[in-house]
Write a protein that binds this ligand. Sequence first.
Ligand code: XMP
Length: 526
Amino acid sequence: MHSKILIIDFGSQVTQLIARRVRDSGVFSEVYPYDVSDEFIRNYGASGVILSGGPNSVIDDETPRAPQAVFELGVPVLGICYGMQTMAAQLGGQVENGKVREFGYAEVRARGHTKLLQDIVDFTTTEGHGMLKVWMSHGDKVNVMPAGFKLMASTDNCPIAGMADEERQFYAVQFHPEVTHTVQGAALIGRFVHEICGCKSDWNMPDYINEAVAAIRAQVGSDDVILGLSGGVDSSVAAALIHRAIGDQLTCVFVDHGLLRLDEGKMVMEMFAENLGVKVIHVDATAQFMGHLAGVTDPEQKRKIIGREFVEVFQVESAKIKNAKWLAQGTIYPDVIESAGKGKKGHTIKSHHNVGGLPETLHLKLLEPLRELFKDEVRKLGVALGLPESMVYRHPFPGPGLGVRILGEVKKEFADLLRRADAIFIEELRNTKVEGTDQNWYQATSQAFAVFLPVKSVGVMGDGRTYEYVVALRAVQTQDFMTAHWAHLPHELLGKVSNRIINEVRGINRVVYDISGKPPATIEWE
Ligand code: XMP
């Protein structure tokens, strides 16, 4: 049995990042809400407890408190932000309403030579004080430490920015070590879990798979599960994981709306049905989708139709799976945060882009085995489950697929041209190294694709005049897809892609490169 860290959640938007940092340091951890019982805390078997931040004020009535058992377990406790304030309040200290709210970057002076911060510094002042570059986000602050605590850190705005009772091994910081803006955050959390709590680095992906498999089995029992496989990373990894857990109790439905990338259907069927032995119902609904999209030019209207038809097809297919009680989705943690109401402790459920509306209409229970994982963890999990890296590290692809990359009316003829142009672009990105690195351009961009422009322009090929369509290439680099830069692809690469598309895809005689950033443009053209 591995050692584990219990994280008590007070509703911070970044609580899961704590779990993630702990897992990154090779230690198992789980997040539970603050209102679990004392009995739960005593039986859990934690080697250490971390109290998260949260949106409330401990000064207000009836705001969350940690179960008192946390402080009686005899294991180390680390309070972060609200977690520090409630620790102070529960152990006899005092918290005041800060006059100045403090958000963002701050420099914290380490004090008191505690085990938690010993030798962890970003820089030293001329007076010899160790300083940490941290991220703060708080209004209230501790103004009187509980008995037994000594000062561990301070800033100008927040004289008690950290406190420790080393005898009881209670530590608390006002700043957020779990976010990457706190430069030494990983070192601090690593110090807490390894040296203070004594946990070994014994947590890894194979263990995670075993736990997740056991949890899925316990959750669904002998029921059947259906999953809408889109070919994207999240639904694919969810399918592979659930299949590992329950085998033939899982049926995947793969709806081909005719707006997928080149050979996508074939690839999905090969990988899941043939290699992994997953039951996959492959529905070619191209004609149905194209029929409903005929004559429609408005982007939002197209999205609505594609979403609605998807639900329609999925419903018809899933009704054939008589024993299905569960609908599995590849919801990942960022989807959960995005949809969680501010200040709520629980997580609200968001229907996945691709299967919007399904849960309610199907009367199925939701199975979301990836909802605690971040994208890069999902990818690692996918690889550990035997999915090919080329698939797991693919760029994101929108639910409406090529439907939003064919401007205006969607026609099968346009989709066929676009698929081939897009495949050439992607192939060349994969085949071209970024100079001075060991990455190729596909890896060095966050999203890259071709867009079909339904305008004709004049060209000349051989001895003849041509009058054909235009394709635009789009490649962006971004962290979060909220803002993006256009990628400075080498001219030789762009030239080669253009030549190949015009020579190989009859019907396209002009290729342009999109050099707009987001904002003011968006990543997709529609
Ligand atoms: P934009 O175009 O808004 O795209 O800059 C940001 C990211 O979202 C993806 N995207 C979508 N994904 N359904 C989806 O599942 C959609 O309707 C949709 N529209 C845009 C886009 O590919 C990019 O990654």
